[in-house]
Design a protein around this ligand. Structure first.
Ligand code: RB5
Length: 146
């Protein structure tokens, strides 16, 4: 599986942990930056990752900022993106199974590296259940046209 990864300076400290989890899961990574702790703007990195996902250059995306809030809000502005901000493994798994989330958002100032590692693995292990959940996700997609 190919995963696009992006973060701002607030998320940069968690990037090595996420890269480790992706490597351990056997994922190829499209690294969209940032590449240092210098201050940048999180919407730029949300957009880079989101474009990789909607263009199908990556199957999934992971975005990280300080809280995970700004970068998830920004990613969700891109048509076709369903970004889930998760701070626990259950939500991460269910975001895939029920919501068909295609981007995971993490807050590097909210969760520690051990939990972040497990959240990434939980997100990757989930698969969309379809059925009644597909009806609901289709309704989310329809909202993009309003
Ligand atoms: C950057 O200081 C911080 O605002 C950003 O990483 C994020 O937490 C925004 O939601």
């Amino acid at each position: 599986m190919r995963v696009a990864l992006g973060c701002d300076h607030g998320g940069f400290q968690l990037k090595p942990t996420v890269l480790e989890a992706l490597a351990d899961a056997g994922c190829d990574v499209v690294d969209c930056g940032t590449y240092s702790a210098d201050s940048v703007d999180y919407p730029d990195y949300a957009a880079l990752v989101a474009q990789k996902v909607v263009s199908q250059e990556a199957e999934l995306g992971i975005v990280i900022c300080g809280t995970g809030i700004g970068i998830s809000i920004a990613a969700n502005k891109i048509k076709g993106i369903r970004a889930a901000l998760c701070s626990d493994t259950y939500s991460a798994r269910m975001s895939r199974e029920h919501n068909n989330a295609n981007v995971l958002a993490l807050g590097a100032r909210v969760i520690g590296p051990g939990l972040a590692y497990d959240i990434v693995k939980a997100f990757l292990s989930g698969s969309f259940a379809g059925g009644r959940h597909a009806v609901r996700v289709d309704k989310i997609t329809a909202l993009e046209e309003e």
